[in-house]
Design a binder for this molecule. Structure first.
Ligand SMILES: C[S@@+](CC[C@H](N)C(=O)[O-])C[C@H]1O[C@@H](n2cnc3c(N)ncnc32)[C@H](O)[C@@H]1O
Length: 317
């Protein structure tokens, strides 16, 4: 944790100021310590360079597993490609010049694939996540001067209101118990005039049959589901067979990325999460309006993708 982070944090219980105590430092960063609320005296730990505002990963244990197991798969810097950068471009509509010099919040940072892009584009990024994915994110990008990683809950945020120039949440809010409330919880953190980009799953996608499988898969032990998800590796070749391939994909949808670990990861990511709500763009448009946004834009869906997606951005008034 960088000392600078203290300016952005407050007590999620009572909004009091946090005092850093018993700090140990390594490489100029706070490695361990205690953040003590000056108002309600609640202590929050800093461990392994990460401030912790939750004690467990509750309903996101599959993400803790997923992002630590596959920490490197979607990271451009580790794979020498620009897949995540291109995805960030079309999911948010932002270009490097929109991000440079800005303070940006990544809501649900995962292993940090998009926070990496923001940081390389010259933005300062705070990534928050409820799961132990924060360990993967810290390992991938946490040492950079312009990156801050926090373990915390969207529904009990430890960040001061009107702190961020821009915010984005990619594939996250629909994995909470209540997408609409999650949207509502993060809006106060954005400065007036700042932009918020979200990416959510939509109804009516090609993977519809998977909802039936999810009734079983979300109850399986995580490790078992991890091994079962590897079926996506050989199924990729079956999917290329005319007619039979399409039928196989319909009844047992799995990810179809050319990279074998990516399709394993994405298949696990589809079948494991406890919550996976779907929405429509008029519904999300309405949320933006209700929360006081203007200039609301709907981005084109990924044409080559079989998934229906909602990609929107708005400016806070
Ligand atoms: C599908 S992953 C997406 C991660 C990243 N945005 C990406 O696209 O690679 C969803 C993430 O949302 C996080 N998440 C779910 N509920 C959350 C909550 N209440 N507060 C913070 N993070 C949450 C999960 O832990 C998980 O890492």
């Amino acid at each position: 944790m960088k000392k600078k982070m203290l300016e952005m944090l407050f007590c999620p219980s009572c909004s009091g100021t946090l005092n850093l105590e018993h700090a140990t430092y390594e490489d100029g960063e706070i490695k361990e310590g205690l953040l003590l609320c000056t108002m309600c005296n609640v202590p929050y730990k800093v461990t392994d360079f990460i401030p912790r505002f939750v004690d467990t990963d509750t309903y996101v244990d599959s993400f803790s597993f997923e992002w630590n197991k596959f920490y490197d798969v979607q990271m451009d810097i580790l794979n020498n490609n620009d897949e995540s950068e291109r995805t960030f471009l079309w999911k948010t509509g932002w270009k490097p010049e929109d991000i440079k010099g800005k303070l940006v919040l990544d809501v649900g940072v995962g292993a940090g694939r998009f926070a990496d892009v923001v940081s390389r584009w010259g933005g300062e990024v705070v990534g928050i996540d409820l799961s132990y994915a924060v360990h993967a994110a810290y390992k991938n990008i946490g040492k950079r001067d312009n990156v801050h990683i926090i373990q915390g809950d969207i529904f009990n945020l430890p960040l001061k209101p009107e702190t961020f120039d821009h915010m984005y949440s990619i594939g996250v809010l629909h994995h909470t118990p209540d997408t609409r409330n999650a949207f509502h919880s993060v809006v106060p953190l954005l400065k007036k005039g700042g932009e918020f980009a979200v990416f959510l799953y939509a109804h009516g996608h090609y993977h519809a049959f998977s909802d039936r499988w999810r009734k079983i898969t979300t109850k399986l032990p995580i490790k078992l589901l991890y091994y079962l998800s590897s079926i996506a590796v050989p199924l990729y070749y079956i999917h290329k067979i005319p007619f039979f391939g399409r039928a196989a994909q319909f009844f047992l949808p799995t990810a179809n990325w050319p990279d074998r670990r990516w399709r394993w990861l994405d298949t696990f990511d589809w079948y494991a999460p406890k919550y996976q709500w779907k929405h429509t763009w008029p519904e999300v448009f309405q949320w933006y309006k209700e929360e006081g946004f203007t200039d609301i834009e709907l981005f084109e869906l990924e044409k080559e993708s079989s998934l229906a997606l909602v990609c929107m951005r708005g400016r806070k008034i």
